[in-house]
Ligand binder design. Structure first.
Ligand code: NAP
Length: 329
């Protein structure tokens, strides 16, 4: 008998790739997914997957989801939301998933997707970050603080389970374009009349300009994250935390070139000052707090995942960026 795997958030950018990898994995017999919106697994050609509409804030829905699973994969999260909504879903909802999995008789393994953001954006972070560095989070960035809080919660609530914590950097690829969709230019695009937008795009001098403080970052392809998730689901390698990032590092300049924008170098102090202003000003949308992610290089060492999980990312950071940019075009 193969594994039954319960997945929260199977319709997201990582969830879609993860379910595809689990569908192709002979060790997995059945997948049961849950998210809030209606979804038909057959629309993606998935054959082993059943889908239930439900909210992780509803403990009884989570209890029902995990009851029949050998392994629970928790992906449901609000990445770009208000403080209130993200707190409800990411903290209270995640607590439901962890506690329900621990309380249920059948599951023996829990796979949780944390993030590089759990380490927090601290000037004294080592470069590269290894899994031995405690996930301190950054209070000034809701997502980072919540990711660190969830890891603490995980340690408190999951005794007796084999727990795998995956910490990807920014996930990208043809089916993961969240990074590009949230550039300021893209945010503004819906409000610009179509003919004007096309005109602006065609005039080289008016192409979008991205400020580049020179801070390096990593990317990882959604299919490579999915491969790591499948390995964790099957229990390849010991439980524990695993950093995930592709080979190679990028700057905003690389990103600008890939999407046909310009970049202008700015001193990294500009980011620090802007982040300070975001912290001081009331009524700033929570999205503005993402500026903290550009303050310091958040470069992770991925040797542990390669050695212990047998993980071998098939796409470099540059290939992943190119694939995302092409898909977005
Ligand atoms: N994308 C990245 O760059 C990245 C990097 C590192 C770590 N991660 C982590 O990886 C995980 C998955 O990320 P993702 O990129 O796949 O996110 P995503 O594309 O935003 O998808 C989120 C998924 O969660 C579901 N969801 C949201 N709120 C829910 C709720 N209250 N109850 C049930 N389902 C809910 C969504 O479907 P509905 O809206 O229909 O409910 C969707 O299926 C998250 O924990 C994220 O923090 C992501």
């Amino acid at each position: 008998m193969g594994l039954t795997v319960a997945v929260t958030g199977p319709t997201g950018e990582i969830g879609t790739a993860a379910v595809r990898a689990l569908e192709d994995d002979d060790r997995v017999e059945r997948i049961v997914g849950m998210a809030r919106r209606p979804f038909d697994p057959a629309s993606r050609g998935w054959k082993k997957t059943a889908y239930h509409q439900g909210d992780i804030q509803d403990r009884s829905a989570v209890d029902a989801l995990v009851a029949e699973a050998d392994v629970v994969v928790h992906l449901a999260f609000i990445i770009l939301g208000s403080h209130k909504e993200s707190e409800r879903v990411n903290l209270a909802g995640t607590r439901n998933v962890f506690e329900a999995t621990q309380a249920a008789e059948r599951p023996s393994r829990l796979v949780y997707t944390s993030s590089v953001a759990a380490y927090g954006y601290h000037a004294d972070n080592p470069v590269p970050l290894t899994e031995d560095v405690p996930p301190r989070g950054s209070d000034a960035h809701y997502y980072s603080a919540q990711k660190a809080a969830c890891e603490k919660l995980l340690a408190e609530t999951t005794e007796g389970l084999d727990v795998y914590v995956l910490r990807p950097c920014i996930v990208a690829g043809p089916e993961a374009t969240v990074l590009l969709r949230n550039l300021p230019w893209e945010q503004a695009a819906p409000y610009v009349p179509d003919p004007l937008r096309r005109l602006l795009g065609a005039v080289p001098g008016l192409r979008p300009v991205l400020p580049d403080p020179g801070v390096r970052f990593q990317l990882v392809h959604h299919d490579d994250v999915a491969a790591a998730l499948a390995a964790a689901v099957a229990g390849d390698g010991p439980p524990g935390a695993y950093n995930l990032a592709a080979d190679g590092e990028l700057t905003i300049g690389d990103l600008a070139r890939a999407i046909g924008a310009y970049s202008i170098p700015v001193p990294s102090d500009v980011v620090t000052v802007t982040a300070g202003l975001v912290d001081l000003l009331p009524l700033m949308p929570s999205q503005a707090e993402w500026i903290h992610a550009a303050r310091h290089p958040m470069i992770m060492d991925t040797a542990k995942a390669r050695r212990d999980l047998g993980w071998s990312p098939r796409h470099t950071a540059h290939q992943t960026l190119k694939a995302m940019a092409q898909a977005r075009r």
